[in-house]
Ligand binder design. Sequence first.
Ligand code: ATP
Ligand code: MG
Length: 565
Amino acid sequence: MEKKTEQPTVKTNFIREIIDSDLAAGKNARRVHTRFPPEPNGYLHIGHAKSICLNSGLARGYKGKFNLRFDDTNPSKEEQEYVDSIIEDVKWLGGDFEDRLFYASDYFDKMHAWAVELIKKGKAYVCDLNPEEVRAHRGAPNEPGKDSPFRNRTVEENLDLFARMTKGEFPDGAKTLRAKIDMAHPNLNMRDPVMYRIMHASHHRQGDKWCVYPTYDWAHGIEDSTEGITHSICTLEFEDHRPLYDWFLEQLGIYHPRQIEFARLNLGNTVLSKRKLLELVKEKHVDGWDDPRMPTISGFRRRGYTPSSIRAFCEEIGVSKFNSVIDIRVLENAIRNELNKTAPRAMAVLKPLKVVLTNYPEDKSEELDAVNNPEDPSAGTRKVPFSRELYIENDDFMEIPPRKFFRMTPGQEVRLRYAYIVKCEKVVKDASGKTTEVHCSYDPATRGGDTPDGRKIKGTIHWVPARHAFPAQVRLYDALFTKREPEDVEEGRDYKENMNPASREIVNALLEPGLKTAPAGYRAQFERLGYFFADPKDSKPGVPVFNRTVTLKDSWAKAEKKQQP
Ligand code: ATP
Ligand code: MG
């Protein structure tokens, strides 16, 4: 038989095809150099993860280089906290930028000098129109714009005014520096775009050195060019800006990267926009950027996702030129597949119901063998204590069951995982009629859960021993938004109206004793309940707090089925 090679399969895509053809043509001395250029105005989300995995993955695959560059050209919204979190997230995802951490603000002097060069060439001018007037002069897609009355200032006048703008002689918004291209150009981005605006604002790295700041359109191509980026990969909305970047680089006569656009990631039942995520944080709809319900990288990390599962997800969804919404279950499947292989099993009861084994001796206790991971025999077994009183999941008992209910119900045998076959003999209720305890008999001949006489037991339920289990906080999560496309709202309505009021449920669970020492960051499968992660912030030694990363089965399919008539 032919031996299968263990090479990870790398799906080709249109970006890899472009790079392959550039390499074949010997472009850029056969270098591949990519970058991830975030603006430090918020925490990164899963859409950014797609860009990081794509760019750093290409660099790795082609033995090229990958830069992390902060596009910190707008001082008003940028903060050090965001810079720190972005570095942490990129590293966590495996984006290896080595020593190439750059800041666009480090190029401010150079950008300014190049702007002066364009003025000298008659390709840029100082304009006194205010932002509304600039907009009014801009025209529309089918209607040419109007020239600014300041468009024909002399080079000397422009140099003088730009120097005075730079010195801080004018208030915010009083003047701009604009490229002199064509106010009738069919592409609106080419209608004399603004290159510099006046902002008397402190910059997180430059302090008060500057009071003119470059626009994204002016700065971006220069940043890529300066770093020798060969393939500048960005999302589709920048396609219409490409002619402008081309124009700037041609006027300056400097190195020219190749821009390639791909469709951004949209994920169902959440929002991926830093502005909206900031709003959720500021208005306290969530507990911060790393709330496990947030679609941020730090949120997924705290939820219990691994970097490899997010990379697998990004590889799975691939890249294309068409916008679409990816189902959240694609992401859930990625982490489920991984944890199924790696996570040790444990037993926990989220909503406990007490069970007393009336024929089990009161003073007896024993230790039963439980399998740590059926997918991985090398993980071995562990001992779980067992005695007369236990807890089972409240939902696993029904006094009056529907058809095909194979769990615990009066008169029916059920298997306690790794323990014994038991049968409910009596239901104990409180004054209000609520079941408080279930009395069972157990069959001592079924230790380990096998039936020596071969009788069939259809149901197996999990349990924890009453005397040895310990209480712990467990948080169960559901989607942050009930609607698949929450931003799709009628005029005048707010996307936040689509928030899921039940996105988090906090329960006091009872856990098997071995979990007591689970350190922060520990991952386990709680049998039948899902994969759980010891919260790295809230867990204390001996007092773990668990977040459910994902359920065991596709709970979305179930929810959809329910909705069908
Ligand atoms: P947002 O739209 O969420 O506010 P942004 O585009 O303003 O994000 P940047 O910091 O400018 O955020 O993004 C850095 C890089 O990440 C850019 O190259 C951008 O193309 C890419 N990116 C942002 N959002 C997505 C997404 N949803 N899918 C793929 N790439 C994305
Ligand atoms: Mg942006």
